[in-house]
Design a protein around this ligand. Structure first.
Ligand code: UDP
Ligand code: MG
Length: 290
């Protein structure tokens, strides 16, 4: 029995890259022995010719298939929808702009054949502007520092997983998804494979700054309760400050040094009460985190 490979590809207004995609998938996979492949394009509410082009491709070659979402739900949701419909023995996830070169997938497939159930691609170099590169580097490193699980550095959603993992991933109830985190969290036998991330083949990024920030927040909130603790720490500091001011005022009064009237008690009360409130917010945060 040949291995069945499903390739999930979310697409949002990608009419400029699709022809190249339709050419490169067969060029990459047709020569691999004992492999049957199928591409599952998930249209994420495109307003250009994306759907028409995939339908035309399907008429020519039934291995190009389409899931058409009712509106734009975002990359992570589109990927998840495709994942839920992938029925191969092994499932690849890649972007539709050819930044994740399909030619890398055979290398991932080799690792799967060696017995790994999750093979994620790790980008060696990023061909983006300095600002975006710095932001990504900071995000991944801060995530590593505060996350409760070990998320590999510089690994995006580009990966290949065993059917068992794909099913487990699709079954997770998270709405606000951070797939690369969920993938780490799931466990199984995992390994990273380095690759050179390409430039977007054509067109502009479909990830607006707002969508990127939402993705980063999904990562932080989904995998760390550190932010919940921040208020507790600030509160503790402020309450301690209030306590110190009070102690200082008491000593000054007893030793007869002059202190400005009214100022000390006001400061002490503000610091102490503010601090206690923040501390209690932190306590609520802890329960929420649990
Ligand atoms: N995408 C999507 N829905 C969106 C935004 C993006 O399905 O709301 C797709 C897009 O078509 C591409 C992939 O997700 O195939 C990654 O997006 P993009 O390349 O624009 O992101 P970047 O690589 O710039 O972060
Ligand atoms: Mg891209």
């Amino acid at each position: 029995m040949p291995t069945q490979l499903s390739i999930v590809i979310p697409v949002y207004n990608e009419e400029e890259t699709l022809s190249e995609m339709f050419a490169r998938l067969p060029a990459t996979f047709d020569s691999i022995p004992d492999l049957q492949w199928k591409a599952i394009f998930v249209n994420d509410g495109s307003r250009d010719r994306t759907v028409a082009m995939i339908e035309e491709a399907h008429a020519r070659d039934a291995r190009f298939t389409l899931i058409d979402l009712s509106r734009n739900f975002g990359h992570q949701a589109a990927m998840s929808a495709g994942l839920a419909h992938a029925d191969g023995d092994v499932v690849a996830m890649m972007d539709g702009d050819l930044q994740d070169p399909p030619e890398v997938i055979p290398k991932l497939l080799e690792k799967w054949r060696e017995g790994y159930q999750v093979v994620y691609a790790v980008r060696r170099k990023r061909k983006e502007g300095l600002i975006k590169r710095t932001a990504y580097a900071m995000f991944y490193r801060s995530m590593k520092a505060i996350a409760a699980i070990d998320i590999p550095l510089d690994a995006g959603d580009f990966c290949l997983v065993d059917k068992a993992v794909a099913q487990a991933m699709a079954a997770l109830p998270e709405r606000n998804r951070f797939l690369r985190g969920l993938r780490s969290w799931l466990g199984f036998k995992q390994i990273g494979v380095e690759y050179e991330r390409a430039q977007r083949f054509a067109g502009a990024t479909k990830y607006s700054l707002r969508k990127l920030i939402r993705l980063a927040l999904a990562g932080y909130v989904g995998f760390s309760s550190m932010p919940l603790r921040i208020s507790a720490w600030i509160g503790l500091l402020a309450a301690f400050g209030g306590f110190c001011v009070l102690a200082w005022a008491l000593i000054a009064r007893l030793s007869g040094s002059p202190i400005p009237a009214g100022w000390t008690s006001t400061m002490a009360v503000i610091l102490f009460l503010g601090g206690t409130q923040l501390l209690m917010l932190g306590v609520i945060g802890e329960y929420l985190g649990n």
